[in-house]
Each structure stands twice: as structure tokens, then as C-alpha cells.
Design a protein around this ligand. Structure first.
Ligand SMILES: Cc1cc2nc3c(=O)[nH]c(=O)nc-3n(C[C@H](O)[C@H](O)[C@H](O)COP(=O)(O)OP(=O)(O)OC[C@H]3O[C@@H](n4cnc5c(N)ncnc54)[C@H](O)[C@@H]3O)c2cc1C
Length: 666
């Protein structure tokens, strides 16, 4: 078996992985990236709507800052996130947007003067400041107080991935494409790299590194209908599970996006509603204001998806051969806006539905979209259990999304997380030696070789494609938007049965090189473990929080469940993982748990919430009204950041205020 050595190994060439690789390479470390596909085709390329950063350039973002972005993120997470991480993130997002502009991202810009926009289904004229002309623009997205989502029409992922990949190319970072990491080499305490299989030749290779970063994206494809690319199968999370020691966090936290087209599940961006599109039922009636009078279609994603499902359950869905759906109406935005700002959506409608969204409503339904759960890491991106193992992006549970991610906060997480965690990965590379234990490498290589041999030469009878389809259906039917105990029990039982059957996989095609059936067989066993982990987490969590909505436990229960689910798989032969919980410390929270702003405020309070709220009020009172917001923040919840990212963000309004003050002095 060929062994390749490097300082920094990154598994995954999406935005998050590439950004970490850039940080490492810029520090002079030998850096190598693995990917299933060419980097520019990574799933990040599919992102449409944009990324959040509190630049406050547009008049509709006036007054925005890190504090408001932080609060939106924490509330969006239904208080499930790590507030330190949310703070690190909100502080660095403007820096990341500007860095990307420098690397060539053609952000849509502000044009001074009047422009017409649609707000609450009505045409409104807004006037952009002269001083903002040419600065980076932002659109509205769900669950946010300000217009904060920076965009490049509706092709943000495309522009970002091309710019970041071109930067990686300019630094000479090699990407080994068509290489699938299938196991992590580790000794129970330290991670040493991966064993990967070449999808073309079938060759097994060991990649040995000082640090290994898993940036393999989400696990959406354990569901039958998903907006995710077909390669988002959760193999990265399975790699961590298979170590038996590394933990996954909050795997039951799975997001359903309100507006994927029916039946194929391709996304139409939240930007459609952000720009003024509305949802209608079978009678053409705009129903969201009845459910959410304040935020309407721009309530948080989990809320809109639930309201749509509720409305369809009342018989208000449009019947179709593929089940009921609702309508997304963007006709009110007009041809010019759609042609310039929503052109990908237009092409998707034309090519996959045969309709013109300038004139026709789009059939949509909530569909699996995002994995909030992932490989549990500390704030520096490292696994708490395995030194040298890092994770970033959608693959990770860093954990800034808690139980619901806000639209536009994921692209932002990939690049912000990549910047920050990339710095810690580079530190690790500088401070540690390459440890090479050839016996260990051989042992992990042999294990995978045996697995492949058994699949090719064995006499198993189970069809991997059928097992996968059965798993995806169970997840869709029983672990979806609304969940309940009996169905989740059914899911766990049926999934564990499939996992058991996956020990007896048999292949019709016995080729060892490019063989899709072999690839499927190697993946399906791993995907099943991930699916069991999601279902077990959902069954055990007897409350409703963010996207995890239990019909039998409809309240958010901070008293018993203000914690993060941790899952590991110590016994490889077991059919179920081990679960434990990591409490969130209310007494350290800058924003103690409160009302999120949707539906009835019926959460069961944590015993510390009131105490912490009083403490927060006392701290702020002591500082007085004159204290600036930075001083208040530092007093409430100091957080760490690499030195280079500590400087405060500048906004054009700061410069104007300074100029005004100076001219006033004169
Ligand atoms: C349709 C769509 C639109 C979206 N729009 C937005 C948006 O507008 N704003 C926003 O904030 N978020 C959006 N998101 C979410 C966002 O795009 C993703 O969360 C983000 O891009 C994930 O990036 P990543 O780098 O973590 O992973 P990915 O981009 O998924 O990259 C994963 C990488 O890992 C590699 N890989 C996977 N497994 C292996 C393995 N075993 N071995 C080797 N390599 C492997 C793949 O080849 C790939 O290179 C959208 C998501 C979807 C589905």
C-alpha cells in the first residue's frame, strides 16, 4: 500500500476544507486535500442565496452589527448553540466577506438613490445612501432582524467556491480527486491520517499527517428527498463514529428547507422570499401571515416548514401525483429582478419543471436540507477525544447552529470556521511532529482491504442499493419535520435491522476498480450507522427544539434538555451507539434562554435562567448607559479569537460619524 506523508491533511474540497487548507499552506506547511470529485464541483457550489455578515451597507441593514447577528443566530438555534462560537462567528463574518471580495468574489453592490423592492407583498421605494454606493449589498433572509445576506445574484456558492479554489490553486495546494477516505488511522488518543480508496483504480492508499481535518459536508442523503448533492452521504461523520472514541454532536438536528421544488427536491433559495416572494395554498391564498403575523414567510426555516406542513395537513395543499404541495409565488418580483437576482431559480424552473417563474407559481414542499449535527469539536475545531482530528463546515458540530441554522449562516460558517480553525490547524502542524507507526498504518490498511475482499469474494446476498433505499424511506417517513415516539421507535428498530443485514452484503459486479456497486456497499454500512445515530438521538430527546419537533413533547424543555447530544460507537459489533449529554452552561450565556418570537411562549425554563438574567441586568446596570457595546459584551461573555481576527469591524457609517464629528469640531 502506497503511503503519502504531509503536514496537514484535509478531507473535503468544499469551501470549509479549502479555507482550512489555505490557512495551513500560507503558514508554510505541506498541505494536501482529498475529494470525491473535482473541488469546484463540491456541494458548496450549489449554494444560492448568499452569506450573512453584518456590514450594514444597505439602508435596510442600517444599524446592524455583530451583536444583532449574534442574537439572531442564538435565537435561530433555539438556544441550542455554543454562544462563544456564535460570537466568534458573528465577529469574523464581515472580515470573511471582505477577504472573499479581495480573492475575486463579485459581490452584488449597492447602487445609490431610489430603488423599488417588495416588502410584505407590496412595492416599496427605498433610498440607498450616496456614501454606500458601490459597497457590498445584502438581501433579506428568514429569522433575521436586518437585511444581512451578502449575495452574488443567486449563485453565491458558485462564486465563492471558484474564488476560494482559485486561491488554493494559486498557492499550489494539491487536491487528490476521486479519493474516498474510508477510515481514520488512530491509536485511541491521536489521529494520524486516513486510509482512502481511489474511485477509479480501486487502489487503497494511506495518507499520514500531523493533523487531519474532516470537511466532508452534511448527511442529507440518508433521506430519500433532499436538496443536497448525491455525495452528501455522511461518510465523514461515519469515519468519526468508526473510531469508537470520537463523538458526534446533536445528530438529530436536521433541517428541512421550506421551498424545494416538487417532486425532485431541488432548492429554490430563501432569497426568493427574502426578495419578496410569498407562499400560497391550493386556493391561491397567502397563508403565512395567519400563522406568523410578524415574520410571515420570513420566519425561521424550521417554523415555516412546520407551518406549511400543518397547512397541508388541513387539506390546503395542492394535490399532485407526487403528493400535496404548496406554491411559491415570485411573479410579483417582475422579470428584470428575476433575470438578474434569481436567474438560477429561473433556470431550475425552466429545466426541471418546464415553467416560467416570471408568470407561473412554483410547486414547493419542505425537504431535507441541512445537517446541524456533525463531528463534535471544541471551539478550536479539534475533537475533544482524538488529538490531531479536526472538523469544519457542515461536517462538524462546532456548534454555532444548535437546533436550527439560519439561512446564509452556513456559507458564512464554512469560510469563517475555515479561517479560525485553519489557524488552529496550522498551529497544531507547527507544534507537533509527524508520528508514523507503520504497524498501525498496516493494521488499518488491512482492515479496509479485508472489508473490500469480503464484499468482492464473499457470498453475501443483500443488495446495497435496496438497503439504502429502505433506509432513506424510513428516515423520510419517521424522522422528518414532525416526529413522535412510536414512529421514532419504529425507525430505530427498522434501521438497526437494516444495519444488521448490511453485514451480509453481496455484489453482482466483482470488479475491484471503478465499480459503483462496491462504492455503494462500502458507503451504505457507514450511512446506516449515521442514520441510526440520528434516529436514536431524536427518540431520546423528549422535547421540541428548533428543527427537532416532537408532536408528543411540543414544548422546549430547558429544564431537562438544554444540552447537546453526544454519540459514539465504541462497540463495532453493536447495532446501537452510546449516547450521553453535554450540558449548556446558562450561567455563562450572554443571552440567557428566552422567547424566540414564534407561536406560544410555553418553554419550560431552566432553573438558572432567571438568576442569569438578573446577573446580566446587574452587569449592564453597573456599566451604565454610557458604556459602549464592546465593553458590555466583554463584561457579559468574554470569548477568545486568534489575534489577527480580533480587530473591530469597520462600517461606512462609522466613517460618516467620524467625519460628522470632525466637521462639527471645526
Ligand atoms: C441547494 C443548496 C443551497 C444552499 N444555499 C445556501 C446559501 O445560500 N447560503 C448558505 O449559507 N448556505 C447554503 N447552503 C448550505 C451550504 O451550501 C453548505 O452547508 C456548505 O456549502 C457546505 O460546505 P462544506 O465545505 O462544509 O461541504 P461541501 O461543500 O459539501 O464539501 C464536501 C467535500 O467533501 C468531499 N468528501 C465527502 N466525503 C468524502 C470522503 N469520504 N473522502 C474524501 N472526500 C470526501 C467532497 O468531495 C467535497 O469536496 C445551501 C445548501 C444547498 C443544498
Amino acid at each position: 500500500m502506497k503511503i503519502i506523508y504531509t503536514d496537514t491533511l484535509v478531507v473535503g474540497a468544499g469551501l470549509a476544507g479549502l479555507r482550512v487548507a489555505i490557512a495551513s499552506k500560507e503558514r508554510g506547511l505541506d498541505t494536501l486535500v482529498l475529494s470525491l470529485i473535482p473541488a469546484k464541483r463540491s456541494h458548496s457550489v450549489a449554494a444560492q442565496g448568499g452569506m450573512q455578515a453584518s456590514l450594514a451597507n444597505t439602508i435596510k441593514g442600517a444599524g446592524d452589527d455583530e451583536d444583532i447577528h449574534f442574537q439572531d443566530t442564538v435565537k435561530g438555534s433555539d438556544w441550542g448553540c455554543d454562544q462563544d462560537v456564535a460570537r466568534m462567528f458573528a465577529h469574523c463574518a464581515p472580515k470573511a466577506v471582505r477577504e472573499l471580495a479581495q480573492w475575486g468574489v463579485p459581490w452584488t453592490r449597492v447602487t445609490k438613490g431610489d430603488r423599488q423592492v417588495i416588502v410584505n407583498a407590496e412595492k416599496v421605494t427605498i433610498t440607498e445612501a450616496e456614501a454606500a454606493h458601490g459597497l457590498i449589498n445584502a438581501r433579506d433572509f428568514g429569522g433575521t432582524k436586518k437585511w444581512r445576506t451578502c449575495y452574488t445574484a443567486d449563485g453565491a456558492g458558485h462564486s465563492l467556491l471558484y474564488a476560494v479554489d482559485n486561491k488554493a490553486i494559486s498557492l499550489g495546494i494539491p487536491v487528490h480527486e476521486r479519493m474516498e477516505a474510508l477510515s481514520l488511522i488512530h491509536d485511541g488518543e491521536r489521529c494520524h491520517g486516513v486510509i482512502a480508496r481511489c474511485l477509479i483504480t480501486g487502489e487503497l492508499r494511506a495518507y499520514i499527517a500531523k493533523s487531519t481535518t474532516i470537511a466532508t459536508g452534511g448527511y442529507g442523503r440518508i433521506y430519500s428527498v433532499s436538496t443536497n448533492a448525491v455525495i452528501c452521504e455522511g461518510i465523514g461523520q461515519a469515519l468519526a463514529l468508526d473510531t469508537g472514541v470520537a463523538t458526534l454532536g446533536n445528530m438529530e438536528a436536521v433541517q428541512f428547507h421550506p421551498t424545494a421544488i416538487v417532486p425532485v427536491g431541488i432548492l429554490t433559495t430563501e432569497g426568493c422570499r427574502g426578495d419578496g416572494g410569498v407562499l400560497r395554498d391550493k386556493d391561491g391564498y397567502r397563508f403565512m401571515p395567519d400563522y406568523e403575523p410578524e415574520k410571515k414567510e420570513l420566519a425561521s426555516r424550521d417554523v415555516v416548514s412546520r407551518r406549511m406542513t400543518e397547512h397541508m395537513r388541513k387539506g390546503k395543499g395542492v394535490n399532485s401525483p407526487y403528493g400535496p404541495h404548496l406554491w411559491l409565488d415570485i411573479t410579483l418580483l417582475g422579470q428584470k429582478h428575476i433575470d438578474t437576482n434569481l436567474r438560477e431559480v429561473k433556470e431550475i424552473c425552466e429545466n426541471f419543471l418546464g415553467i416560467d417563474p416570471v408568470k407561473n407559481w412554483i410547486p414547493v414542499r419542505p425537504t431535507q436540507h441541512y445537517s446541524m449535527g456533525g463531528i463534535r469539536t471544541k471551539a478550536n475545531g479539534e475533537s475533544p477525544q482524538l488529538s490531531g482530528l479536526f472538523s469544519v463546515g457542515e461536517a462538524a458540530c462546532w456548534d454555532m447552529h444548535g437546533f436550527n441554522r439560519l439561512g446564509g449562516n452556513s456559507l458564512a460558517e464554512t469560510v469563517v470556521g475555515g479561517m479560525i480553525i485553519g489557524k488552529y490547524v496550522a498551529d497544531f502542524g507547527e507544534q507537533n511532529n509527524l508520528v508514523v507507526d507503520t504497524d498501525l498504518i498496516a493494521q488499518f490498511g488491512k482492515q479496509l482491504q479485508t472489508e473490500v475482499d469480503q464484499l468482492i469474494e464473499g457470498e453475501g446476498t443483500e443488495d446495497p442499493f435496496k438497503l439504502k433505499a429502505a433506509m432513506q424511506k424510513i428516515m423520510m417517513d419517521y424522522v422528518g419535520i414532525f416526529r413522535n415516539g412510536p414512529e421514532l421507535e419504529l425507525a430505530v428498530n427498522q434501521l438497526t435491522e437494516l444495519l444488521d443485514r448490511s453485514k451480509n452484503l453481496g455484489l453482482k459486479c466483482k470488479k475491484r476498480h471503478a465499480n459503483p456497486e462496491l462504492v455503494e456497499a462500502l458507503r451504505v454500512k457507514r450511512m446506516l450507522k449515521v442514520a441510526v445515530t440520528v434516529a436514536c438521538g431524536a427518540l431520546a430527546r423528549t422535547e421540541s427544539r428548533g428543527a427537532h419537533s416532537r408532536e408528543d413533547f411540543p414544548q422546549r424543555n430547558d429544564q431537562d434538555w438544554l444540552n447537546r447530544t453526544l454519540t459514539s460507537w465504541p462497540d463495532a459489533n453493536s447495532l446501537r451507539p452510546e449516547m450521553s449529554y453535554e450540558a449548556l452552561d446558562v450561567m455563562r450565556m450572554e443571552l440567557p434562554p428566552g422567547y424566540r418570537g414564534y407561536g406560544v411562549d410555553n418553554a419550560i425554563a431552566h432553573p438558572d435562567t432567571q438568576k442569569r438574567q438578573q446577573q446580566v441586568e446587574a452587569i449592564l446596570a453597573e456599566l451604565g448607559d454610557d458604556a459602549d457595546r464592546y465593553a458590555k459584551q466583554a463584561a457579559l461573555m468574554p470569548f477568545e479569537l486568534p489575534e489577527e481576527y480580533q480587530p473591530r469591524n469597520q462600517r461606512f457609517t462609522d466613517t460618516l460619524a467620524k467625519t460628522d464629528a470632525e466637521s462639527g469640531e471645526k
